[in-house]
Design a protein around this ligand. Structure first.
Ligand code: PLP
Length: 395
């Protein structure tokens, strides 16, 4: 079992030069990322692809809340072909951390950011001449070349060149620039989970552009389109590379449609310790205001995870003593749970689980999000940086 400690709070880095913890923190909560599960997800998804199809792991949003840098290093070790992000600070952080595999910047950048992109050899998304001019100029100044991928808008209407202008645009890139190389073209689906007709229409629009590029001998080496939903549902849209985000982390975009292949599951457990156990008499206050006033004698436990950690009002249940117990009160740094039914099997500093397994019971992201009325890939973003993340291979 391997453990990588990362403390995100400034001033709380407590590793000595050998990486050992100088002042082991008595942590009251943690996120545990099971790297064995994450690797199983990666390998399971890889088996759905043709052997020649490349795998770009999307690590935006701090790797869907799992911690971008530690995850990126594991992915590189596992042979992942590329990483994709949407903010330049994410892209630069990956390079600063020593990541050598291709890093794709998938969202627009301002032309004045070109020097950093070139210097860090980030593969940029391009859909306009201003950026390409700036990238070419930076390449000349730095005496180097770089790759861009041209994005084609087939119906999401977010970024990209419209299909009717795409071939002409790519033609001009080839003609006008010598340092900037078109390594790829790509598109992004609008609703691959639920709208097969429109997804097929997007594939058709994309394919028309690809056919024309082929005719003119301009088809770049890496064509890509699909994210997680298309990986599962549209093998014809895998092309030369897939861009996999949410599925790699065992999460889903839309609730209740668990159509994951066997082997894919969430790799994240959220744990907090019981800091205090207390008896409340009927009619006493449990926390601030009138949030909880039990009508019978009740045993409560205070758990060291609060909305300052991302456990906001609306979370319903925790696992304590191997059983589901209701959350009855919220604080910035703690929650109160009613443990009357399990009080004989728990003691102070035992672990409580907000996401994950305990005993025979389980709380999934799906369960939590159903109670909260949110989405998994959104909710995972709300866990805050002060919760320490521990990365372990647990089989
Ligand atoms: C977020 C994103 C992805 C990954 O999507 P998932 O559905 O999470 O796999 C792929 N491509 C682009 C352009 C994205 O923004």
């Amino acid at each position: 079992m391997e453990s990588i400690h990362t403390y995100n709070l400034s001033g709380s880095i407590v590793e000595d030069e050998n990486g050992a913890l100088k002042y082991p923190l008595p942590e009251v909560n943690e996120i545990e990322i099971n790297l064995s599960q994450l690797k199983r997800n990666y390998e399971t998804i890889k088996r759905l692809l043709q052997p020649k199809t490349k795998f770009m792991a999307i690590l935006k949003g701090n790797a869907y809340g799992h911690g971008m840098l530690p995850i990126s290093k594991e992915l590189e070790l596992w042979g992942c072909d590329a990483l994709g992000v949407v903010r330049l600070n994410e892209a630069f952080a990956l390079r600063e951390a020593g990541i050598k595999i291709p890093v794709y910047q998938l969202a627009p950048i301002r032309p004045e950011q070109a020097p950093g992109i070139v210097q860090n050899q980030i593969t940029a998304m391009a859909d306009n001449a201003e950026l390409l001019d700036a990238l070419e100029k930076s390449c000349e100044e730095q005496n180097t070349v770089m790759n861009v991928h041209i994005k084609i808008n087939t119906g999401l209407n977010r970024f990209g060149v419209d299909p009717e202008n795409a071939v002409d645009f790519i033609n001009r890139v080839h003609k006008n620039y010598t340092k900037v190389k078109v390594e790829g073209v790509y598109t992004h689906f609008q609703n691959p989970d639920y709208n097969p007709e429109f997804t097929r229409e997007q594939i058709r629009r994309f394919q028309i552009v690809l056919n024309e590029l082929e005719k003119e001998n301009l088809r770049p080496p890496i064509v890509h389109a699909g994210g997680s939903a298309a990986i599962l549902k549209y093998p014809e849209a895998h092309y030369d590379m897939v861009r996999c985000g949410v599925l790699l982390f065992g999460l889903e975009h839309t609730l209740g449609e668990k159509n994951f292949p066997e082997g894919i599951a969430s790799a994240m457990t959220i744990k907090g310790r019981i800091l205090k156990i207390r008896e409340l008499h009927a009619g006493e206050f449990g926390g601030y205001g009138t949030a909880f006033i039990p009508d019978k004698n009740t045993t409560v436990a205070i758990i060291g995870l609060g909305y300052g950690d991302g456990i906001s009002r609306g979370w319903k249940e925790a696992l304590v003593g191997g059983k589901l117990v209701p959350i009855v009160s919220f604080f910035m740094d703690a929650i109160m749970v009613d443990i009357t039914d399990v009080k004989n099997s728990v003691k102070t500093f035992d672990e409580a689980i907000l996401i994950g397994n305990q005993g025979d019971s389980h709380i999934s992201w799906g369960d939590a999000c159903k109670a909260l009325g949110t989405y998994e890939d959104e909710q995972v973003q709300y866990i805050t940086g002060r919760v320490p993340k521990h990365y372990r291979y647990i089989d």
